[in-house]
Write a protein that binds this ligand. Structure first.
Ligand code: GLN
Length: 545
């Protein structure tokens, strides 16, 4: 089988949407009947994204096989509707670790191991392995960072070497930024010209330039870029800001991008179909209803940009579920510390159709979250708790319904009288030994649903989740303490999902409440634009009632 590769690199600055561009190009090729996979390369020395602060770095996206990866992997999964694995993610740290390990194992047979070519060769080996594993016609590879910087140079070197080896099957896309300085009111092409030259100096010439900017690019600028960057005008793609990232595949198709790529690859021009996708992407425009969700947690006080990146999968899962129910969604982010300062402010929660508490770590803002949960439980406002949001729902229930006033998670209070959320013996060993990287309960685990529960009914609405055992992705260190199972169930907090192998509690739900569900896992990682997660779907349905 012939594998083809498209490298996506960024010019001028970061944050212009390389990830979404990569995912969207993958999507349009997939829509034309090709098998597509995607790889993210992060230039960091970290082995994975798990040890990076989500406020600075964005969400940690967890794969089925338990890899803690970059949020762009979530975009790939959502756009391509596919499950990726650790084979689709690499960092500088990971590459060096492998090369050093091979050297220790004498696998280089006495040779001097050098940065070039041994590091790029390991990058290439991984890229090809991922392509083979996915049986991909086309593999999208997003190189993190920006051209011209020091960090990603060895990855560009790998790309150059792959092109040298097989020029007909390797393409390069430069995603660049075209600013419109306010005092000029005109789109400037110079930074992109420089970016192209930097890329040229790495021995790479872009086949396509995707021009990000606030506006559409006009003809004169397209022609200018074409001459200065040595790329045909038809291969310069305008990518202005759009209302929804899901409209980008359609935008690219209006520029004829997939046909141009197939032509360069010598692939057959099979007919494309983006109909259903585009309908989803444009549903907001026709939706008549609006659902208002309050998201309560910490990490919210650092400004719009960071916040939406830290919870991107949750946001996308909420959106997809709302759209599937033909509703528009409004989300408001509430810092739980506000409720600690002034409990009266809890009343603001009544204006929402539903409240969600996403995952999190540590002690900050926790009491505010617990009061939030008490409020929505008593006021019967639909509640969905993800991971920490489930654990804290159990703490709240233990304190205020079971009357165990000192109940807590040991994450916050190690000496609590009632450790309703505790640490499993395996995790205790890790914590004591300071082993924090890649040691949480990570990746997909089975969850057996209890018949007749809300959780069971919700999953049953979605044919992807047939049967009473579902698989969901995890990322946490602490667990529900089964010593309290009987007590909570007797008082109406039902355990509706359990891991059959370990007996660990996966889902809890309140009996007499429109919707009060907490899940130990992260359902947001499995939600897809055209197949919203059944629990998100059920939550939104309850909110719309
Ligand atoms: N802090 C909790 C734990 O480690 C929850 C983690 C999460 O929400 N992802 O168990």
């Amino acid at each position: 089988m012939i594998h083809r590769y498209i490298f996506v690199v960024g010019g001028v600055m970061s944050g212009v949407g390389k990830g979404v561009t990569t995912a969207s190009i993958g999507k349009i090729l997939q829509s034309r009947g090709f098998n597509v996979t995607a790889i993210k390369i992060d230039p960091y020395v970290n082995i994975d994204a798990g040890t990076m602060n989500p406020v600075e770095h964005g969400e940690v996206f967890v794969t089925d096989d338990g890899d803690e990866t970059d949020q762009d992997m979530g975009n790939y999964e959502r756009f391509l509707d596919t499950d990726l694995s650790s084979a689709n993610y690499m960092t500088t740290g990971r590459i060096y670790q492998t090369v050093i390990q091979k050297e220790r194992n004498l696998e280089y047979k006495g040779k001097c191991v050098e940065v070039v070519p041994h590091i790029p060769l390991e990058v290439i080996r991984r890229i090809k392995e991922a392509a083979q594993k996915a049986k991909a016609d086309v593999t999208m590879i997003e190189v993190g960072g920006t051209v011209g910087e020091y960090q990603n140079i060895l990855f560009l070197e790998a790309a150059r070497m792959m092109h040298l080896e097989d020029p007909d099957h390797v393409l390069f896309v430069l995603v660049s930024y075209l600013p419109v300085p306010r005092h000029l009111g005109e789109m400037k092409t110079k930074p992109t010209q420089y970016a192209t030259r930097s890329l040229n100096s790495a021995g790479i010439h872009p086949d396509f330039i995707v021009c990000r900017g606030e506006q559409y690019m006009d003809k004169p600028r397209r022609e200018k870029l074409s001459i200065f960057c040595n790329v045909k005008p038809g291969d310069i793609i305008t990518a202005p800001d759009v209302a929804s990232i899901y409209q980008i595949p359609e935008l690219f198709e209006s520029e004829g991008l997939s046909s141009a790529i197939l032509k360069k690859f010598g692939l057959r021009q099979k007919p494309g179909d983006l109909l259903e996708w585009n309908r989803m992407a444009n549903v907001r425009e026709t939706a008549k209803r609006t659902v208002k969700i309050g998201v309560v947690g910490k990490y919210f006080s650092t400004g719009e940009y960071t916040l939406s990146d830290s919870y991107i999968s949750v946001i996308e899962a909420l959106k997809s579920a709302a759209w599937a129910n033909k509703a528009r969604i409004e989300m408001e982010w509430i810092n739980s510390e506000e409720f600690e300062e002034d409990p009266k402010r809890l009343r603001c929660l009544s204006k929402f159709d539903g409240v969600l508490v996403p995952g999190g770590f540590g002690t900050r803002g926790i009491e505010g979250i617990i009061s939030t949960i008490k409020y929505v439980r008593e006021k019967k406002i639909p509640y969905f708790g993800l991971c920490y949001g489930m654990q804290l729902a159990c703490v709240e229930f233990a304190r205020n319904v079971l009357g165990k006033k000192g109940a807590h998670t040991v994450e916050v209070d190690e000496t609590t009288s009632d450790p309703i959320i505790h640490v499993s013996p395996l995790q205790l060993k890790n914590i004591r030994a300071n082993r924090y990287g890649g040691t949480m309960r990570l990746g997909a685990y089975d969850c057996e649903l209890k018949r007749g529960t809300k959780a069971h009914r919700s999953y049953r609405t979605n044919p992807t989740y047939a049967g009473s055992i579902v698989s969901e992705r995890h990322r946490h260190r602490y667990e529900f303490n089964n010593d309290y199972s009987q007590a909570i169930e007797e008082k109406g907090l039902i355990i509706s999902g359990v891991n059959p192998a370990s007996g660990l509690v996966e889902i809890v739900e309140l009996k007499d409440h429109p919707f009060f569900v907490g899940v130990q896992f992260h359902p947001e990682f499995r939600s897809r634009p055209l197949r919203p997660h059944p629990l998100f779907n059920a939550f939104i349905k309850a909110c719309l009632k």
